[in-house]
Design a protein. Structure first.
Length: 157
């Protein structure tokens, strides 16, 4: 099935999480940071994301907006130009045209919970199909840190 622009519809996955995974990886973000991002925090012209707050899930089930995990947590992070078109498409398709709108809202428009995203994305199944069983969302942050560090000095590549 194609839409009015000739693009094929992808009925096998919810594409709203594609931008979240890329942003979490290439900006080395924690779940609470990426889930708390608002439209005003993402500057696609400058290829930058501002981390100001993070969501914390309480054991009792509540979700609380708080400061990032550490003092250094409030920061501006550069993102690769290569993912900007994907982020732009995501913002045009899924994010309300309001500076305070969540970048990655849940099904009812509020904050997305980690457990909800795992279910909707079939995270465990998808990473297993990719041969990456046991990969956790937080591992994306570590991957981003390794990519940012670049090749290890003295290694042969």
């Amino acid at each position: 099935m194609e839409d009015e622009h000739g693009r094929r519809a992808d009925s096998t996955q919810d594409r709203r999480f594609r931008a979240m995974v890329l942003l979490a990886t290439f900006a080395s973000l924690r779940w609470g940071e990426v889930s708390a991002l608002r439209r005003m925090d993402v500057d696609l012209d400058e290829c930058a994301v501002r981390i100001r707050v993070a969501f914390v899930e309480r054991s009792a089930g509540g979700l609380v907006l708080s400061s990032p995990k550490s003092k250094a947590g409030r920061r501006t992070v550069g993102i690769p130009r290569k993912i900007v078109p994907i982020l732009r498409e995501h913002m045009e398709t899924y994010v309300k045209d309001d500076p305070a709108a969540l970048m990655f809202p849940g099904a009812k428009g509020g904050p997305i919970r980690r457990s909800g995203s795992n279910t909707r994305t079939r995270w465990v199944d998808v990473v297993a199909e990719m041969g990456l069983s046991g990969l956790h969302f937080h591992d994306l942050r570590h991957t981003g840190n390794m990519l940012a560090a670049g090749p290890v000095r003295g290694s042969r590549t």
